[in-house]
Design a protein around this ligand. Structure first.
Ligand code: PEP
Ligand code: MG
Length: 873
């Protein structure tokens, strides 16, 4: 028979699927003998059953809960609803994959009028009991009945204003009693019934409400963003209450076993005296640094540190722990693997290998390849920072640098993004409702809240730059302005945020290159030694090539020669070549292009000394290169000595209905072979020149968009003849190869034929995806979103390779090609070459290398290493 409820002592850490992460870890801590308040977990299966039964709680589950309560009463010696020794409970959510702050919690369950009155013996306990009672009423109204907390919060705000109090701590016992009674009235007014006095009813209602919180809008958005399955469900943890707000030696806190921002090996966290956990997370009061605990409560600090070490050793990972101290006694309320920045993740992984806690392979698996992007991003330039005008300073909640325009609501952030701005979300404090705005914004700035406030935790998980607790900022929500000292900043004003130091600057501060450090280098060297597949870069300029090399690229897998003409003077010559009316004009334009190309190739070869460079022949979708503005047309017409009208007519005649499938790629050189001749000359002569200077070069000449072996052969013969002539002329031999891109389905299925002529293949999966689906790359963006939103396609096809369709073509092509030419070099150079999941696929199907943009080289290297580790396990 299915079991829906487990006492903590019956579970363990491997049961997170049914007990949720929190429940499984609470059970594990109990098994380890750590101080955990007694309790039990209602399983995720109970949650799924609740939904299957149309949101009703099955009698069997209810009975199991009642049974667990009885067992809890027996071990605690307390009784739910008991007048002498009442058992008060917390009810918290906990899904198998952590969703911080996304679901609901209810505390102090079990209190009612009679019990509160009985428990309130003296002034101190009156204040405490009625504070707990009013919190229960408010949370119950909010979580169980769905009414906002605002009216309840207003009761407190009104009393504070009336009595001129500055802090909640000024509220007296009488005030708390009045607030609790007033809260009951507000509850009655809103819910149109009395607050339930029966503790068992409170409990069952709370359990159902936590199940329902699995399906709130914010939880769904979070799951979508983090690819978490909708079918997991949440478990519910019911636990004896311990109070961090009971006495002067009571407190509550959140602590990480290492610094989640920079990875340093020291306890890191915050606590609040006389407070409950929600006070820390909500950011309403600014907590104290955990180092103060060392001074003020040395024994508790030591116990906490010992437990943290024990848990790290046990879980072999950095832990994020919640604790409460009630009357000087420490209780652990939660432990889980802590979310961290990539910078911290790298450092922690490396330190843990040095400490022999984990192996290198485990360290490599700890970081998601895409997350590396965070450390590859630029930080502010040191010199520029010295000159910048700092307007405020807060807490460095999530590192990085962001420059953008300030907006004060989620809606405004989303709209600004649509208008092409880089919005920074500025809030007093964030709440889970703000999640979409936070993910849309380039940075986040909050007035309140500490390092573990909602904004800080979520921003770090997103790898987004965030400054929290910036008290010097005042937000005028009505006028949508931000005031810092004497300055007022309107909505839309540009500021710069430094999430690494917590500083906020006026205007735009210049950025510097990446924040790569020693830890990154060490980590990447392990990945390089583990991976099997080669990683090359798509680079068209010396600068790109230098960046690619610095990130560990083994060569250039794709140099798009048309991109070499993007600069002003070069594009002009290129345009002349495109609009030439006859071969004489074209030859003239090509003559102009030749020295430019040759120089660019020499520079590229010098940077790539001893390394392979795959140069792709011209593949310009014509519409990207034709002149567009009136001025551009006038200048070009003048140079061609024709009228503007004549040129306009010429441009019109070149316009295509679908340029992506038009006169581009090898088709251009079939019509105008002189283009292929010029490019071959440029490559071979450049190679000869740099060879004379002592460089070793390995040019590979690649023909794009081939669909038939005869197309390829026609151009190959021209290239060979030209290259031979030049080498004969200079009496030098340059080793080179001629290959092709496979980016049309026909060429994929004809690979055995094409391989008879081509010496290597490179899969152009951008075009191959376009042509396999029949989606134009230029137009698909306008409608593909509907496919993703409606779940018809699970992921962006142009980012992560479609393994079943496009992937099948690759697989077929590889097999056919290797049948003809067993040792043929095969790689991929579409955008997919820099995507973690696609790289893993490329490894599996036996490609020799992936080639991607320079900044994605480390991502591809790590993904390639992880593919090997996964294969070996
Ligand atoms: C491709 O099609 O995948 C490719 C690399 O070429 P381009 O993006 O230049 O068409
Ligand atoms: Mg292509």
């Amino acid at each position: 028979m299915e079991k829906y409820v487990y006492l903590f002592s019956e579970g363990n850490k491997d049961m997170r699927d049914i007990l949720g992460g929190k429940g499984a870890n609470l059970a594990e801590m109990v098994n380890m003998g750590l101080p955990v308040p007694k309790g039990f977990t209602i399983t995720t299966e109970a949650c799924n059953k609740y939904y299957k039964d149309n949101q009703t709680l099955d009698k069997i589950i209810e009975e199991e809960i009642n049974d667990a309560i009885e067992r809890l009463e027996a071990v605690t010696g307390k009784k739910v609803g008991g007048m002498t020794n009442p058992l008060l409970l917390s009810v918290r959510s906990g899904s198998p994959i952590s969703m911080p702050g996304m679901m609901d919690t209810i505390l102090n369950l079990g209190l009612n009028d009679d019990i509160a009155e009985k428990m309130a013996k003296d002034k101190d306990s009156i204040r405490f009991i009625y504070d707990s009672y009013r919190r229960l009423i408010m949370m119950f109204a909010d979580v169980v009945r769905g009414y906002s907390k605002d009216e309840f919060e207003k009761i407190i705000a009104d009393i504070k204003e009336e009595k001129n109090y500055t802090s909640d701590l000024d509220l007296t016992a009488e005030d708390m009693y009045d607030i609790a009674m007033e809260s009951k009235k507000v509850y009655r007014k809103l819910v149109k019934e009395e607050f339930p006095q029966n503790p068992k009813i409170q409990l069952m209602e709370a359990v159902k409400a936590v199940f329902r919180s699995w399906n709130t809008e914010r939880a769904k958005v979070y799951r979508k963003m983090n690819n978490i399955s909708e079918t997991l469900g949440t478990a519910v943890n019911v636990q004896e209450m311990v109070y961090g707000n009971l006495t002067n030696d009571s407190l509550t806190g959140v602590v990480f076993s290492r610094n989640p921002s920079n990875g340093e090996k020291d306890l890191y966290g915050e606590y609040l005296e006389k407070a409950q956990g929600e006070d820390i997370v909500s950011g309403v009061r600014t907590p104290k640094d955990i180092n103060d605990l060392k001074k003020e409560y040395p024994k508790i600090y030591k116990d906490l540190k010992d437990i943290s070490k024990l848990l790290e050793k046990h879980y072999k990972d950095m832990q994020d722990m919640e604790f409460t101290v009630e009357k000087g006694k420490l209780y652990m309320l939660q432990t889980r693997s802590g979310k961290r920045t990539t910078l911290a993740a790298l450092k922690i992984a490396i330190n843990m290998v040095e400490e022999k806690l984990i192996k290198k392979e485990e360290a490599l698996m700890r970081i998601e390849p895409d997350k590396l992007e965070e450390v590859l991003h630029p930080s502010f330039d040191k010199e520029a920072l010295k000159k910048a005008n700092m307007i405020a300073i807060g807490l460095p909640a999530s590192p990085g640098a962001s420059i953008g325009q300030i907006y004060f609501t989620v809606e405004d952030v989303i709209n600004a993004k649509k208008e092409g701005k880089n919005p920074i979300l500025v809030r007093v404090e964030t709440s889970p409702e703000d999640i979409e705005g936070m993910s849309t914004a380039v940075g986040i700035l909050t007035v309140r809240g500490g390092m573990t406030s909602h904004a800080a935790v979520v921003a770090r998980a997103m790898g987004k730059c965030c400054v929290c607790g910036c008290h010097e900022v005042f937000i005028d929500e009505r006028h949508k302005t931000m005031i810092c000292g004497d300055n007022t900043f309107e909505e839309g004003t540009t500021i710069s945020l430094n999430g690494t130091t917590g500083r906020v600057y006026e205007g735009e501060v210049a950025l510097s290159e990446s924040g790569i450090d020693e830890a990154f280098e060490t980590f990447m060297s392990w990945a390089v030694n583990t991976k099997k597949i080669g990683v090359m870069a798509n680079a068209d300029t010396e600068k790109d090539a230098e960046v690619a090399l610095s990130f560990g690229a083994e060569g250039i897998g794709l140099c798009r020669t048309e991109h070499m003409f993007f600069e002003e003077d070069k594009i002009f010559a290129m345009r002349k070549m495109i609009v030439a009316s006859n071969s004489e004009e074209r030859e003239k334009a090509l003559k102009e292009l030749l020295p430019m190309q040759m120089l660019d190739f020499q520079n590229l070869f010098r940077v790539m000394n001893h390394k392979k460079v795959i140069i792709r022949f011209l593949d310009p979708p014509l519409h990207e290169f034709l002149p567009k503005t009136k001025e551009e047309i006038t200048v070009l017409a003048k140079s061609l000595k024709i009228t503007d009208e004549e040129l306009t007519l010429k441009i019109e005649s070149l316009k295509e209905f679908n340029p992506m499938m038009g006169h581009r790629g090898c088709r251009l050189a079939i019509t105008y072979p002189e283009i292929a001749v010029m490019q071959t000359r440029a490559i071979i002569e450049a190679a000869i020149r740099v060879t004379k200077d002592g460089c070793e070069v390995y040019p590979e000449l690649m023909i794009p968009l081939v669909s038939d072996v005869n197309e390829f052969k026609y151009l190959k013969d021209i290239i060979k003849e030209t290259a031979t002539d030049i080498m004969d002329k200079y009496k030098v031999n340059i080793p080179y190869e001629i290959g092709t891109m496979i980016e049309i389905p026909r060429s994929a299925v004809m690979s055995d034929e094409i391989a008879k002529e081509a010496e290597f293949f490179s899969y152009g999966t951008n075009d191959l995806t376009q042509m396999t689906y029949g989606f134009s790359r230029d137009d698909a963006g306008t409608f593909l979103n509907d496919y993703y939103e409606k779940g018809i396609f699970k992921h962006d096809l142009f980012k992560t390779i479609d393994t079943s369709g496009v992937g099948k073509l690759l697989d077929v092509s590889i097999k056919l090609a290797r049948k003809t030419r067993p040792t043929m070099q095969l790689g991929i150079c579409g955008e997919h070459g820099g995507d973690g999941k696609s790289v893993e696929f490329c490894h599996k199907i036996g490609l020799d290398y992936v080639s991607c943009s320079p900044y994605r080289v480390p991502i591809a290297i790590l993904a390639a290493a992880q593919a090997v580790i996964k294969e070996n396990n």
